[in-house]
Design a protein around this ligand. Structure first.
Ligand code: NAD
Length: 437
């Protein structure tokens, strides 16, 4: 099939590449000319395992191309996916201006009599599909189209594999013609397809991300009780997670959730529920618990180092999760900034995220020493803080780490290491919700 994706970021680019991989012809549109030029030169603007190969292979096979022209994309495709940002506004509600603008742009280039399916893949509040349809109709009275909601559930860090093997595909549609075309798009993926109305599909995405955030906050609240009682949150998580009704995924205690999706989607769901007159107070508590985790962690560091000013602190990790270069809304970045604000001398290392953290000015590179490897970060450090659970950190020579440190004090914000092993190696080790050994 001929497909167009408007917005070639984490979702649009990976979706476009995966659609091409299963045989569709895909044109990815982006209004950032530098991004499109990079892609046209064969450079990949984001780090995502497996993405580079799949893009190169499909560009060579002439199934994937890039353009800045929405008209080109819409003209040459039966189905037009929207994958532009939906950032939060200061009050937590969703800024839909990117979506509205794309709807107008599509309206401007739709030709009379040429039917198109307009698919919203961005995460949007319930009832956005209706607004997209109204907008297109308002700006193009002759357009023949249907609007479909097809929320995306990929996880950064394993986005290619998530897209190639989805748990399910949700298609929210009120038109049989559009539904049939969407089923054809996804037929090669051999995944369960759930067809719903548009509103339900939109709501599924916010409800799913909010539920996952709730699971994280739940285990984090349990971790505080473990710390107060001497129990071990990892054992508690195993004990409850092996119950199939609960499941072990997303029961990892730590610094809390971050990234470009969970914080904004929880905030959005709170705002949506309020707007609809049915406030979802449980999610306010989820947010509150999440916010407390970093404060509790820094309090722990302070309880050992007393005053943080002038202390040499190593931070491992800047991305919001491993295997990505995405540092948007990363708790690790907030940790670094809070340490710097207290006058600590921070040496930070991340396998993929440092460049974007500096480029996007999320950290002040004049105040943070960014180093090229984990061992350089810990040289003479008075404490090591682990903020992102990259496997590279688990594979470090910890004897060497201890030798290089001024004081062998480790605060593990992601429970990556085994407390007994760390004690045996001579570290004073503090995890989240786990007793020391
Ligand atoms: P992103 O910022 O990585 O990419 C968005 C792209 O859209 C950018 O390249 C931007 O230049 C482009 N763009 C903006 N306006 C445009 C326009 N008018 N025309 C053409 N291109 C335009 O964002 P993302 O992370 O891919 O997220 C996109 C949407 O998908 C959001 O709603 C997000 O909530 C949702 N989502 C994200 C993830 C994730 O893990 N990143 C997962 C599921 C859903």
């Amino acid at each position: 099939m001929d497909l167009c994706i408007i917005g070639s970021g984490y979702v649009g680019l990976v979706s476009g590449a995966c659609f091409a991989e299963v045989g569709h012809h895909v044109v990815c549109v982006d209004n950032d000319p530098r991004k499109v030029e990079m892609l046209q030169r064969g450079e990949i603007p984001i780090y995502e395992p497996g993405l580079e190969d799949i893009v190169h292979r499909n560009v060579s096979a002439k199934r994937l191309r890039f353009t800045t022209s929405t008209e080109d994309g819409v003209d040459s495709s039966q189905i037009v996916f929207i994958a532009v940002p939906t950032p939060p506004q200061p009050d937590g509600s969703v800024d839909l201006s990117f979506i509205e603008r794309v709807a107008r742009e599509i309206a401007g280039v739709l030709k009379p009599g040429e039917y198109r399916v307009v698919v919203d893949k961005s995460t949007v509040p319930v009832k956005t599909g209706e607004k997209v349809a109204d907008t297109i109709k308002r700006y193009n009275k002759q357009a023949t189209f249907d609007v479909v909601s097809n929320p995306e559930f990929l996880r950064e860090g394993c986005a290619v594999s998530d897209l190639m093997n989805p748990d399910r595909v949700v298609i929210g549609s009120s038109s049989q013609k559009a539904t049939d075309l969407m089923k054809q798009v996804y037929e090669p993926f051999r995944a369960p397809i759930l067809v719903t109305d548009v509103n339900s599909a939109e709501l599924i995405k916010h409800a799913a991300n909010s539920f996952l955030s709730l699971k994280i906050s739940y285990i984090n609240a349990v971790s505080a009780i473990c710390e107060a009682s001497g129990a071990d949150v990892e054992l508690v998580a195993d004990g409850i997670g092996t119950d199939r009704r609960i499941g072990r995924n997303f029961l990892n205690a730590g610094l809390g959730y971050g990234g470009s999706c969970f914080p904004k989607d929880v905030k959005a769901f709170i705002a949506i529920s309020k707007q609809l007159g049915v406030p979802f107070h449980l999610l306010e508590e989820v947010e509150k618990i999440n916010g407390q985790m970093l404060t509790r962690f820094i309090d722990k560091v302070r309880s050992k180092l007393w005053v943080l000013q002038d202390k040499k602190i190593a931070v491992w990790g800047m991305t919001f999760k491993p295997d990505t270069d995405d540092v948007r809304n990363s708790v690790a970045i907030e940790l670094i900034n809070r340490l710097v604000a207290e006058g600590a001398q921070v040496s930070a290392y991340d396998p993929k995220g440092a460049e974007k953290a500096v480029q996007w000015k999320l950290i002040d590179s004049a105040k943070v020493r960014i180093v090229a490897n984990p061992l350089e970060a810990v040289q003479d450090a008075e404490a090591l803080l682990l903020a992102t659970e990259w496997s590279e950190f688990a594979a470090q020579d910890l004897e060497e780490v201890r030798k290089r440190m001024h004081t062998p004090l480790v605060f593990d914000g992601r429970n990556l290491f085994d407390p007994q092993m760390m004690a045996d190696l001579g570290f004073e080790y503090h995890a989240v919700g786990r007793p020391g050994r």
